[in-house]
Design a protein around this ligand. Sequence first.
Ligand code: ATP
Ligand code: MG
Length: 425
Amino acid sequence: MSLLTPPSEVQEIASRLRKAGFEAWCVGGAVRDALLGHAHLDWDLATSATPQEVMKTFRRTVPVGLAFGTVGVLDKNGRLHEVTTFRHDVKTDGRHAVVEFGASLDEDLARRDFTINAIAYNPHTGELADPFGGRKDLRAGFVRCVGDAEERMREDRLRALRALRFAARFGFTIHPLTWKAIVSSAPHLTRLSAERVKQEIEKTMEQVARPSAAFGKWRESGAMRVLVPSLDAAPAERFAALDHLPLPAGKRAGERKLLRIAMLFFGDDRRAAEQALRALRFSNHDITWTARLADARARLGAQVDAAMARAGGPTDAELRRWAAEVGRTAAGPWWRLNCALWSARERAQWGAREQGRVYRRLVRIAYRDPIEIGDLAVDGEDLVAAGVPKGPELGATLKRLLDVVIEDPARNVREALLEAARTAK
Ligand code: ATP
Ligand code: MG
């Protein structure tokens, strides 16, 4: 139970509130995670003080979300901690809630989504407030709505997706009544904004070691058909492959998250991937990158699988061709996606060592060998000077020369290329 110790800055904020005559409790994810034995960085506080009273109690505050009762309190290191007034929802329409302050702790816990998220910890007394049996569900491994599941899902449809994420993240079972409510929520998920759906997909990729469990339930419940129709019938191996891509962490977290998102579309043609990602409001950069990886699998997948199955694996010329098609910077990530797919197949025909060896060859080749027109030992001007007419023929000749050097990089020599350009005319 030692993890149930908020950082000293959080304890100080709680103690200041107490001395000013208010209640202050740690709530939400941090308490849940501590009870599960996981560390958690963000310790949220709930208090009986109104936002105005919180702002009066502390010198440095930020109005994070006053309408919802949330004030950010800055500690001495300039780190922001969220302090939210006890509240209850007075009106909900499946998307937004109108809240009212002046609630008790129990009322505040009652409006939370799942029992495991509705436990509060008093850092001063060490008391746990757990009116809905959250600890019992943590022990039994249940995600269960607080109160009537159907009603709670009607209030906020996002809860359906949150349940699937928490269940996958902790390896929990969804309580049967909660599951039933998720299934009946599915047709109504159209009410969620694309941004919130995107955020759930991203959080799932960021937090869940085995996202296949979450997205499997997105499909089983009918949520996927409504939210990302093109993925409803996508091959199951793509989802299984997600579990073979590392959990985003550290410096490269953003990149790893995007790689997992690309796995969802891996094998879709460019247009299909772009369309789905645009509907989810991904940035243009992310759409282009992801669709390119997906599309390259659609075009080259069969070739790549066949080459890997061959004794000796792919030739250097094949690796250069693939790197040229996928692009220099995308070749490595693209290979990782292929590897994840193979790892997910029941009888992987080739092992991780072989996959890794080819990865290193591919990346070395992508950065060392000529695979782009800009890498050629001649440019357009050289060809014009050698008598190639300007216009489409010039582009076609450059492309042909690139094919020549992709087959044999030793031929990427000025004289040899000019000769090849002349003779082919
Ligand atoms: P995470 O580790 O993903 O941050 P969390 O439980 O802290 O998990 P948050 O989204 O940060 O999740 O929300 C904090 C708390 O607010 C939750 O634990 C829950 O008590 C409450 N909460 C959040 N979203 C909802 C919602 N849609 N409906 C009801 N309660 C919610
Ligand atoms: Mg949180």
